[in-house]
Design a binder for this molecule. Structure first.
Ligand code: NDP
Length: 228
């Protein structure tokens, strides 16, 4: 899985390790929870992606479940957004996910089994002021997953999207308190999300029982994005 050093990714890595999977967590820092193989890999660098897969395959064998979770934000209103703000978010969130999915697919097809899960966001379909780069990258993941699903569905490989709403992690800790209270009012479930809410959906999509679900987007947002 990518982005396993902190937040949602770290929780997913812990959950899968506790369930008995052999788990590798990649990130730029390479930090990982106990019992998980930590691998340094910046997903914006194709050479590092290849090296990480080689290292993980040597340690654990071919990747059966890929969770493309690593993501960043560089928020600002469109009139102030630089090309660099746009490019870096697209390159990490969307192109980085493409890179790891592309590398994972061939061995999955060979094994006739694979589960690819992209971590998107409620804002991909809802939109969000100050986040044209981030929302575009997250909406792009749905097109990526659905096209992949059509390409490889008959080979036992599924590709799905999990779209979290507001989850309490480092990424959201920086947000203004008034903004957070505003979000809370719009969430039908009446609370912010916990990383465990997201891990449950990912675990289900990765399971053998979910083999007939592909090209789907599962919202984990307390109802915030309903209707989209
Ligand atoms: P965090 O900022 O807490 O963690 C992000 C993770 O991504 C870290 O492990 C980080 O590790 C890794 N990462 C960032 N850039 C790169 C890179 N270039 N190469 C490899 N790894 C990288 O974020 P969250 O846990 O909150 O978010 C996880 C995912 O969930 C993201 O895709 C985010 O967009 C999405 N999401 C989060 C929501 C929330 O409310 N928190 C809501 C909706 C979606 P390191 O810095 O060591 O590289």
């Amino acid at each position: 899985m990518t982005g396993g050093s902190r937040g949602i990714g770290r929780a997913i890595a812990e959950r899968f390790a506790a369930a008995g999977h052999k788990v590798a967590a990649t990130s730029r820092s390479g930090e990982a929870p106990t019992g998980v193989l930590g691998v340094e890999c910046d997903i914006t660098d194709p050479g590092q992606v290849e090296a990480a897969f080689t290292q993980i395959e040597a340690a654990h064998g071919p990747v059966e479940i890929l969770v493309a979770n690593a993501g960043i934000t560089k928020d600002t209103l469109v009139l102030r957004m630089s090309d660099e703000d746009w490019q870096s978010v697209i390159d990490t969130n969307l192109t980085g996910s493409f890179r790891v999915a592309k590398r994972a697919v061939r061995p999955m097809i060979r094994q006739r089994f694979g589960r690819i899960i992209f971590i998107s966001s409620v804002v991909g379909l809802l939109g969000s002021p100050g986040q044209v780069n981030y929302a575009a990258s997250k909406a792009g993941l749905l097109g990526l997953a659905r096209s992949l699903a059509r390409e490889i569905g008959s080979r036992g490989v599924t590709a799905n999207v999990v779209a979290p709403g507001y989850i309490e992690t480092d990424m959201t800790a920086v947000l203004d308190d008034d903004l957070v209270q505003g979000y809370k009012k719009q969430i039908p479930v009446g609370r912010l999300g916990d990383v465990s809410d997201v891990t449950a959906a990912v675990e289900f999509l990765a399971s053998d029982q979910a083999g007939y679900i592909t090209g789907a987007q599962i919202p984990v947002d307390g109802g915030l994005g309903m209707g989209h």
